[in-house]
Ligand binder design. Structure first.
Ligand code: FAD
Length: 453
């Protein structure tokens, strides 16, 4: 054990929760940054010196107090499923692995889950459904990902078509946050103030307790519909998306050949055809089946949803899981994250196809924004050649009114989710004056003490 580990182990009730075994430390220093051909060479080999696994807020406080005094960087980790190297330490130090702080205190009568950050989203969803509630939105990594990691680095996913992204509709009701100071404080952020901390990649405080609003559970069905062309599939999806009488949780459209990457579910795929994946209220399943058939679609799968154990589990192929299947099929594939103009989406999608052809494969995820507008977001599969070409594609999208949250950058601001009011940066100046929390990931932060007087 090195000196740092020895000192840290004296702070915890059980010293075996300080990990130094190199392979373990390296594994717990990684996330899914390798999705990006740009980030891969930048982040390969980066790792912490030590991993600390606290089981309580008191142990988080003790660890931060020590690290502040010793100028040791601290990178918070949930389950390490982030895509942009969010949880990869750039300057060594401690990885604060919160997976053992995973208790669910309660689900209130109003449907608010009160939990610790290491709780798995999948475990929360399963318990919530047993009690008549379910998550409003969740990433396709639901089984592995933690609630705290979703707040720290995620944005939305399944359910976002009805409930918007995680940042919308007061879904994150409140959080308790531990600051990185000589004497760490535990601060309660409620309502709008949660936005000072969430999606800040663990750069401005450690979330140790969460109040997350749920929604009443629905008996869902999973349906897959094949269409001869992407345009047909997209047009049909638009009807479903924009008609509020359909109760939906997921609405995903894939251009061919994306469905050919889904090797475990070949039975739902039709050679050469576009696919639509839908999670719809089971009570509307028959109506959907006849609507789809009348629109020229072929139903290739239709069954009641049996929770996260459903086979197949359609969400495993949607959102950013689609990119994973593409990369398994051919490592030259990568991705972007786009938002289309709801009034010009068909035109924008056609323009991209005409301009980039097979280099840009359409994968659309319908969502609702905070103002209540339903719009097509997308995680297109991109055939990567060079960084310059990727940047050209991003610039072309932006020039044509298509928003891009660039997943190939390793700081909060570059990802496109940075708030214009600078609330996250201001919180960093208050909570982490030495810049020890996940250093390098909030690019606009400057350590004030380092500046000339
Ligand atoms: P981690 O990766 O461990 O952490 C994420 C960030 O949050 C890090 O910067 C970390 O420092 C910070 N953090 C973690 N815990 C805390 C805490 N307690 N306090 C403060 N900061 C903290 N994301 C989506 O939004 N939607 C998707 O549909 C989606 N699909 C994905 C599919 C695949 C195949 C993959 C690999 C990733 C996907 N992601 C998606 C990204 C990621 O899975 C989610 O954002 C997930 O919620 C992250 O949770 P985690 O526990 O793994 O967080």
């Amino acid at each position: 054990m090195n000196d740092l580990a020895t000192s840290l182990s004296e702070l915890l009730a059980d010293p075996t929760r300080v990990l130094t075994q190199p392979q373990l430390v390296e594994r717990l220093s990684r996330d899914f940054y390798w999705y990006s051909p740009i980030l891969r060479p930048l982040l390969d080999g980066k790792h912490a010196d030590v991993v600390v696994q606290p089981i309580s807020t008191a142990e988080v406080i003790a660890t931060l107090r020590f690290c502040y005094a010793q100028d040791v960087p601290v990178t918070i980790r949930g389950a390490g499923t982030g895509n942009y190297g969010q949880a990869v330490p750039l300057q060594g130090g401690v990885v604060l692995d919160l997976q053992r702080m995973d208790s669910l205190e309660q689900i209130t009568a109003e449907g608010v889950a009160i939990c610790e950050p290491g709780l798995k989203l999948g475990a929360l969803e399963t318990t919530a459904r047993e009690q008549g509630w379910e998550l409003r939105c969740y990433p396709s990594t639901i089984v592995k990902a933690s609630v705290g990691g979703f707040l720290g680095g995620g944005s939305g996913g399944i359910g976002s078509i009805a409930h918007g992204a995680l940042r919308d509709y007061n879904t994150v009701r409140a959080i308790e946050v531990v600051t990185m100071e000589a004497e760490p404080q535990v601060l309660l952020h409620e309502g709008e103030a949660v936005h000072e901390i969430i999606h800040s990649w663990g750069t401005n405080g450690v979330i140790t307790k969460i109040w997350l609003a749920l929604t009443p559970a629905v008996a869902w069905a999973q349906c897959v519909i094949a269409f001869r062309t992407f345009d047909q599939a997209f047009t049909f999806s638009e009807h479903l998306a924009k008609d509020p009488t359909w109760t939906k949780r997921l609405l995903t459209v894939f251009e061919w050949p994306i469905p050919s990457f889904f090797s475990p579910i070949k039975t739902v795929v039709r050679e050469g055809q576009a696919l639509l994946f839908v999670l719809i209220a089971d009570s509307q399943r028959e109506a959907l089946e006849s609507f789809a058939t009348s629109a020229g679609g072929t139903l290739t799968h239709s069954a009641p949803y049996a929770g996260l154990r459903s086979q197949p589990l359609l969400s495993d192929y949607t959102w950013n899981h689609t990119t994973l299947w593409a990369m398994k099929s051919d490592p030259a594939y990568t991705y972007l994250q786009c938002g289309f103009d709801p009034t010009r989406a068909t035109e924008q999608l056609t323009l991209l196809k005409q301009t980039f052809g097979e280099e840009f494969l359409h994968h659309v995820e319908w969502m609702k924004n905070g103002a209540g507008t339903v719009f097509p977001a997308a995680i297109p599969v991109i055939r990567f050649t060079t960084a310059d070409r990727l940047n050209e594609i991003i610039a072309f999208c932006r020039a044509n009114g298509i928003g891009v949250a660039n997943p190939h950058v390793n700081h909060v601001e570059g990802g496109g989710r940075y708030r214009e009011d600078n609330a996250q940066l201001q919180a960093k100046y208050r909570n982490d004056t030495k810049g020890l929390l996940n250093p390098g990931k909030m690019a606009t932060f400057e350590r004030k003490q380092a500046q000339p007087a």
